[in-house]
Design a protein around this ligand. Structure first.
Ligand SMILES: NC(=O)C1=CN([C@@H]2O[C@H](COP(=O)(O)OP(=O)(O)OC[C@H]3O[C@@H](n4cnc5c(N)ncnc54)[C@H](OP(=O)(O)O)[C@@H]3O)[C@@H](O)[C@H]2O)C=CC1
Ligand SMILES: O=C(O)[C@@H]1CCC=N1
Length: 274
């Protein structure tokens, strides 16, 4: 039975081993939480020089994965998938399965693959957040093994603090990676294209970005707050014989939805191949 419970004001310690792009977004999100103690966060990478901004805020920044693992209740693995096994080999002698939770962020590395390096009683999760953790707006999909209600509550409260989390079956983790984690890049590419269009019809880049950013934010909030399907809202915008439907139909003639679906599938197939 796990002996810890996560809450921002308690003294749990967290390690992010391999604090790169995603790890830094999570660290920034955690640091934004009221009551979070920066000195209870270890972040490691082999060359930690570019994490000194976190050290300035009180975070323990270094390259000693063993110390980070030893001193933490929750160990988040933020390294690339091909480094996960090596990190587990490195830290496993220091782990205490009764007192610690390990959470891997790695794409495509299964719980079974990680258990090959771990005590079978280890409480192990996979979590798939996205870089909007930086501003506490991540969606994080989670699955676990040897988990119980208490550990689930702990892990969910951790990821809920940097956005919103849902629990899924492990066999959907790759799909979650594509939709939620790669997905933010798809949306950003869409936004870039819209800005380029805006510039062509007369706006400077800054003004076009302001309009696009708020339009995308408004569209997402509308779907979330009104629990709507996009097409329902699209019907409210498309005046018969108007300019919106002409634009939308031209985008479809050029393969817009098809390109998106094929991109999603290509990302998914790439994970399966690796
Ligand atoms: N980026 C994203 O949006 C998302 C990424 N992921 C997953 O998260 C993981 C990280 O991705 P991302 O943040 O983009 O990758 P990065 O390359 O930015 O981060 C990985 C970090 O690991 C560090 N590292 C490598 N070896 C070691 C080691 N032996 N000890 C400690 N640190 C080490 C590297 O720094 P150094 O070289 O200095 O050691 C690097 O900063 C991946 O597994 C990816 O699949 C999941 C969802 C979204
Ligand atoms: O592109 C990648 O492989 C990682 C996983 C999801 C987002 N970035």
């Amino acid at each position: 039975m796990l002996e810890i419970l996560f809450d921002m004001n308690s003294l749990q310690k967290i390690a992010i081993i391999g604090c790169g792009n995603l790890g830094t977004s999570i660290a920034n999100g955690l640091l934004d939480q009221e009551g979070f103690h920066p000195q209870h966060l270890h972040v490691t990478k082999r060359n930690p020089a570019n994490l000194l901004h976190l050290q300035d805020k009180g975070v323990r920044v270094h390259n000693d994965n063993l110390i980070a693992a030893q001193e933490s209740d929750i160990i988040i693995l933020g390294v690339k998938p091909y480094n996960v096994t090596a990190i587990l080999k490195q830290i496993k002698s220091t782990l205490n399965p009764k007192k610690q939770i390990i959470i891997s962020l790695a794409t495509g590395i299964t719980l079974d693959e990680m258990y090959a390096e771990l005590d079978p009683s280890t409480i192990l999760y996979r979590a798939m957040p996205n870089i909007a953790a930086d501003i506490n707006e991540s969606i994080t999909c989670i699955c676990g093994r040897n988990n119980d209600l208490k550990s689930d509550e702990l892990v969910k409260s951790l990821f809920n603090s940097i956005g919103f989390s849902i629990t899924i079956d492990e066999n959907l983790m790759e799909a979650a990676t594509v939709l939620g984690a790669c997905g933010i890049a798809y949306v950003l590419r869409f936004m870039r294209a819209m800005i380029q269009g805006g510039i062509q019809i007369g706006f400077d880049a800054k003004t076009a970005s302001q309009i696009v950013n708020q339009t995308v934010k408004g569209a997402a909030e509308l779907m979330i707050q009104k629990n709507m399907h996009p097409e329902e809202a699209i019907d409210k915008v498309t005046t018969p014989k108007g300019c919106t439907i002409v634009g939308l139909n031209e985008m479809e003639h050029q393969g817009f939805s098809s390109a998106m679906v094929r991109g999603v599938l290509a990302s998914y197939e790439k994970i399966a191949k690796d």
